[in-house]
Design a protein around this ligand. Structure first.
Ligand code: UT7
Length: 320
């Protein structure tokens, strides 16, 4: 059995920024409403020539540089995404080609906003069992490609971006545990329709639908439960956690999880105001930010958690 350690992080945000104010001219909404209900002020949106794999490539290269690992040494690539370049081949395969990596395993994980946590959990199992030595684990989303810009209840929430980590087999303890759950009974509360079927039947493009308030209620309860589960699995208490890196869906959900952990907000990494909800990319984007600005230090314990359409939810407790 091997330990798996995060040895490098990286991220990418597209240059273009869309502010809440920008939406005021095209939708029946206000900056005040969006900020008060979500904590979001702006989000990044990809340019015409960019794709999920092009964002993932930059994030991956940054993480490889930080880890001091050559792309040719990577033997596993997993991308959490719900906005892939194509239905197949996977965005991970397209990234493999962009990076010029050999014939290692490369696949996408579709676990909505929990995609990165799922990808990290799977990569952890690969490394633990000796099935891989150096993995690229990524969350990348081109949410703007799957939003209906006439639906004010979804289009103001989501943004684009990518975050990546290099996970390596190590002597040192790194990932302490990962936890993954799902409950398909909630499949109609947050989903993207199937473009293949729907385009043939009624000409509808793929777009996201969310019954936000119903999602909100389950998210708060579920994320509180997974915090307990994660700490219990590691015989740890709340005070053992140095940093919380939550999925950035809503500042009110984040605050209630922080409260449950008795964690002051200064110990919570927040990106929601500047980045909005970047689905599977939100946790690795926040991780990279706090590693690079020096907040998260080597040896500290970080709790990551996410919740999304399915519902799917998960957590990872990590010693950096
Ligand atoms: O990342 C995956 C997981 N996702 C989440 O965890 C998201 C969870 N949900 C949420 O974050 C919140 O439910 C939202 C931010 C999406 C919505 O906030 P809310 O406080 O739950 O609002 P609501 O859906 O209950 O809507 C309240 C009112 C409605 O109007 P009426 O029916 O009261 O007249 C909406 O039509 O706000 C209206 N509304 C808006 N008004 C201005 C909805 N979107 C907007 C908008 N601007 N953009």
């Amino acid at each position: 059995m091997f330990n798996a350690k995060i040895t490098g992080t990286g991220s990418y945000l597209p240059e273009k920024i869309v502010t809440n104010k920008d939406f005021e001219s095209i939708l029946d909404t206000t900056d005040e409403w969006i900020y008060a209900r979500t904590g979001i002020r702006q989000r990044h949106v990809i340019a015409e020539h960019e794709t999920t794999s092009s964002m993932a490539e930059i994030a991956a290269k940054n993480a490889l540089d930080a880890a001091g690992v050559d792309a040719s040494d990577i033997d596993l690539i997993i991308i959490g995404t719900s906005s892939p370049d194509r239905i197949f081949p996977s965005t991970a395969c397209i990234l493999q080609n962009r990076l010029g990596v050999g014939d290692c395993a490369a696949f996408d994980v579709q676990a909505a906003c929990s995609g990165f946590i799922y990808a990290l959990g799977i990569a952890h199992q690969f490394i633990k069992s000796g099935g891989a030595k150096k993995a690229l684990v990524i969350g990348a989303e081109a949410n703007s490609r799957i939003l209906d810009y006439s639906d004010r209840s979804t289009c103001v929430i989501f943004g684009d971006g990518a975050g990546a980590v290099v996970l390596e087999a190590s002597e040192e303890v790194g990932i302490l545990s990962t936890h993954m759950h799902s409950d398909g009974q909630y499949k109609d509360l947050l989903y993207i329709n199937n473009p293949i079927k729907d385009q043939q039947q009624d000409g509808e493009n793929a777009h996201m639908t969310m019954l936000g308030n119903d999602v909100y209620k389950v998210a708060v309860k579920t994320l509180s439960r997974i915090v307990d589960e994660t700490l219990e699995a590691n015989n740890m208490t709340k005070s053992d956690v140095d940093w919380l890196i939550p999925h950035q869906a809503n500042i009110r959900i984040i605050s209630s999880v922080a409260k449950k952990l008795k964690m002051p907000m200064e110990r919570v990494v927040l990106t929601i105001e500047e980045q909005g909800n970047t689905s599977a990319a939100s946790v690795p984007l926040a991780l990279d930010l706090a590693v690079r600005d020096g907040r998260i230090k080597k040896g500290e314990t970080v709790l990551m958690e996410a919740f999304g359409g399915g519902f799917v939810w998960g957590s990872a407790l990590v010693k950096m």
